[in-house]
Design a protein around this ligand. Structure first.
Ligand SMILES: [Zn+2]
Length: 423
């Protein structure tokens, strides 16, 4: 993470402000501007943690922040420790410690033994802008807290960022959800990440979510989630206009719209709209592009030189083909609708399931057309597998939707994500 000091702006400042507020330091509103109240909160935090209280978030302060953001500490057992005492000290629960340390015997703790102790705060923040680094910290944190989660990568982006997946459950019934094909629709990433956290938490406590028995779903289904298909694009949008890497600066020059980049940028870092890059009537899509006068890389609507020309779409294609997904959901943001068909190729149950999702969310099911009528991920899935594939547009308004919409969007989608594993 880069050094932050008074005057700094951007998603990392929001992250620090959100963290400080959560742990009892008043950093002021989460506005992404490192002003006096944020500085005072940083100084107070530094004093409490035996750091030089200079009000600057440099490497030493970041290393403690990052540990808090991952949400756990590695604790060395001392004489007289019990899990109960440790849990009190960390504002967490004995169950959370037992979950993070499978096989540990609470009655036979060995002095010098190292254990993972989760903090009392959630890992997935829902009041900040997302970046690839934030996603990565959260995945590390969730993996440590919930070792029953399988995590891995399906490939890498143009710039070499990992395309992460997280698997919920170990059942034979496989489904897959993805977010942030489109860069300025990154709010779909925390929707999926918060679902992962809530699901893992419910599983670890044998709990329910909205009346669904998570242990049963965990044992019967595997939900594969790719929370950020387009991490380069997401960072281009959320770090705008403060770029240190020339790759971002060069990409940003493709925005000749006169509008702020976050308003218009959906593509990957090479200016290819990933949701127009799948082999599903891609040639028809090209004709539409030509009619619009789009013939080269652009912030949106350019489908590439050929289907699957981009590492991100190739990774999704290969990952999907290497599984036996009964159903897929691609999350987008504009319209509050559920697209369930592609060229009349969807199986009959697609409409039925779309109606069930609609009932759970209030979104409107739509058969044909709309955003990305051709060459999208769900189009290709329906075409090649003749199984239910959905594009769900979770909100309405100007992209990127502000994170203040998170709670209402999440509330409308949580049951869809549970239903997807059982319908
Ligand atoms: Zn979209």
């Amino acid at each position: 993470m880069e050094t932050l000091l008074p005057g700094s702006t951007g998603p990392d400042v929001k992250l620090v402000q959100s963290l400080l507020n959560k742990i009892g330091y008043n950093a002021g509103p989460i506005d992404g501007v490192f002003g006096p109240s944020t500085q005072q909160a940083v100084i107070a935090f530094q004093r409490d943690n035996n750091l030089l209280p200079d009000g600057i978030v440099g490497p030493a302060t970041w290393s403690i922040f990052e540990r808090l953001l991952r949400g756990y500490d590695v604790y060395t057992i001392r004489r007289g420790d019990t899990l109960y005492n440790i849990s009190r000290r960390y504002y967490t629960t004995v169950n959370a410690i037992l979950t993070a340390n499978p096989g540990i015997n609470p009655l036979a703790l060995a002095i010098g033994q190292q254990i993972i102790v989760p903090y009392g705060i959630d890992v997935v923040f829902t009041d900040i802008d997302y970046t690839y680094e934030i996603l990565e910290l959260q995945i590390q944190g969730l993996r440590a807290r919930y070792p029953f989660l399988e995590t891995g990568t399906i490939g890498t982006s143009v710039m070499g960022k990992n395309l992460y997946y997280i698997r919920l459950g170990r059942g034979a019934h496989e489904v897959s959800y993805n977010g942030a094909h489109h860069a300025n629709e990154w709010i779909t990433t925390p929707v999926l990440m918060k679902f992962i956290e809530n699901y893992a938490k419910a599983y670890s406590t044998r709990g329910n979510i909205r009346g669904y028995n998570i242990t049963n779903i965990f044992n019967s289904s595997s939900i594969y989630i790719i929370p950020m298909v387009n991490p380069d694009g997401v960072d281009l949008v959320t770090r705008w206009p403060n770029y240190t890497n020339p790759t971002y600066q060069n990409a940003a020059r493709l925005n000749t719209s006169g509008l702020p980049l976050p308003r218009v940028w959906k593509a990957n870092i090479r200016g290819v709209d990933l949701n127009l890059n799948y082999p599903a009537a891609w040639e028809e899509e090209k004709l539409l592009e030509l009619e619009m006068g789009i013939t080269s890389p652009a912030p949106r609507d350019y489908g590439g030189e050929a289907p699957l020309s981009e590492p991100e779409s190739i990774a999704m294609y290969n990952f999907t083909r290497s599984h036996n997904f009964r159903l897929v959901i691609a999350y987008h943001t504009q319209g509050e609708v559920i697209y369930w068909d592609f060229m009349n190729l969807a199986p009959p149950e697609s409409q039925t399931i779309a109606n069930i999702f609609a009932q759970a969310s209030g979104y409107t099911p739509i058969g044909i057309a709309g955003e990305a009528a051709y060459a999208g991920y769900k189009d290709w899935f329906i075409q090649d597998f003749r199984r239910p594939g959905f594009t769900i547009e979770v909100g309405r308004g100007v992209n990127p939707l502000p994170i203040t919409q998170f709670d209402s969007i999440y509330a409308r989608n949580e049951e869809i994500m549970l239903l997807g594993a059982v319908v």
